[in-house]
Ligand binder design. Structure first.
Ligand code: ZN
Ligand code: ZN
Length: 420
């Protein structure tokens, strides 16, 4: 043990703290905690014991309780038992302990600190959390994890009541959407904002179902979760299909009572239940960090768009005009249709590839690959000049979008990787 990690009763720092401790009657824990940051590998009650054995301070008289904690540390076994009994119905491995106090105990600790100095002291909360944590570890064989616990038990030390916070589970996957009538996520009713009214048939929703709900159902039930959030790598329009290898998402399950899930079985059950509407694949466990990277992704997207031209003679220029779309940046002002939810501004977008895939009468099918955030319908019809250039502007004729599907999200897991 190095000099620095020792705790000794004649350390001048220890003596200066204890010298200022007037007549407060403290237990070994509360005494040791005043110098709890001095020395490594000691418990606070061991620090307190060393000071008493060296006669730096007298023993706490028989039958007297500690003025500061009122005997709190004699109840740590009881607290650990209460925590374990509260967690019994849950599946967990890593845990952490928190605690709540009557303000008077914190005030008493601050009074002592005001006299002795708080420089080397540890707060009562950290000692209780650590001591109870050690006992729960010993009784359960599971481990404290302060950063990523499965469950966090918060002890009300006066009433021994335990609150539990269960960390969410995150599941990564990709979804394909074949149904042209469902939004990606639950969409609260515009009239009642989710409360339920006549317009929404008292569901609180604009659409009875969503990709989120169809995907989450089996998982919520298997994990006995309280609900879910759905984090997609962008979203498609309600009437668009999501094809190819699907769109990456992370499903967040809130307060799951079970944490071990058979993702293969759940994936199969989900696909069976949603046949012809939504399919999921590539399932694996994920994390909060991945939610952030999925939300921040700037992956390019490929689309198949069917349009109808107002004038058939515009066909002649079609191939040349489609090529032109890839030649210069597209100035795209926030479309009229989404102006109510996004700031009205001009964004510069880029079309990386555009090809004519089919042509019949006034109807054309075009494959487009564009930067994340490009509005493809507006790229076609021009949105009254808010998107410039557009297919309509270059063809000098009106263009109506009949159908738009997302063919691929180029997030690096597809075969042709970055850019064209
Ligand atoms: Zn005490
Ligand atoms: Zn409503």
């Amino acid at each position: 043990m190095s000099e620095d990690s020792q705790f000794s009763e004649d350390d001048p720092r220890v003596l200066s703290v204890i010298g200022n401790l007037r007549g407060y009657k403290l237990c070994d824990h509360c005494l040791g905690r005043l110098v709890g940051k001095i020395g490594h590998g000691y418990t606070n009650d061991l620090r307190g014991r060393i000071l008493r054995d060296a006669k730096v301070l007298p023993e706490l008289p028989e039958g007297e309780t500690c003025w500061l904690c009122e005997g709190l540390f004699e109840r740590t076994d009881e607290m650990a038992a209460a925590v374990l009994s509260r967690l019994e119905q849950l599946e967990w491995n890593k845990f952490s302990i928190g605690s709540r106090y009557d303000p008077s105990i914190i005030e008493r600790e601050e009074i002592v600190w005001a006299e002795c100095g708080a420089q080397h002291a540890e707060p009562i909360k950290s000692e209780v959390n650590r001591e109870v944590g050690k006992r729960v570890e010993a009784l359960s064989g599971k481990e404290v994890d302060l950063v990523n616990p499965d469950v966090r038990a918060i002890i009300d030390v006066d009433f021994l009541a335990i609150d539990v916070e269960i960390s969410p589970l995150f599941i990564y996957g990709r979804y394909r959407k074949l149904d042209r009538s469902i939004p990606q996520t639950k969409w609260p009713c515009r009239k009642c904002r989710g409360k339920g009214c006549e317009r929404c048939g008292f569901t609180g929703k604009m659409y009875p179902e969503s990709v989120e709900e169809l995907v989450a159902r089996e998982f919520i039930s298997a994990a006995e979760a309280e609900g879910s959030s759905f984090h997609g790598m962008g979203r498609e329009d309600i009437d668009a299909q999501m094809l190819g290898s699907g769109r990456p998402f992370v499903l967040e399950l809130k307060s799951p009572r079970k944490r071990t899930l058979d993702l293969v079985l759940l994936g199969e059950a989900t696909n069976r239940a949603n046949s012809g509407r939504v399919e999921i694949s590539d399932l694996r466990m994920s994390s909060k960090e991945e939610v952030r990277s999925i939300k921040g992704s700037r992956a390019q997207k490929s689309y198949m768009v069917s349009v109808e031209l107002d004038e058939e003679k515009a066909r002649a220029k079609l191939i040349e005009v489609i090529r032109l779309l890839t030649q210069s940046p597209i100035e795209q002002r926030t479309p009229n249709r989404v102006n109510h939810r996004r700031a009205d501004k001009v964004r510069l977008q880029r079309v990386y590839g555009a090809e004519l895939e089919g042509l019949e009468g006034r109807r054309a099918t075009i494959r487009v690959r564009a930067a994340a955030g490009t509005y493809i319908k507006e790229l076609m019809h021009g949105d009254d000049g808010r998107t410039h250039p557009s297919l309509s502007e270059l063809l000098e004729t009106g263009v109506r979008v009949l159908q738009l599907d997302v063919m691929e999200i180029h997030d690096g897991s597809d075969s042709d990787g970055e850019g064209i």
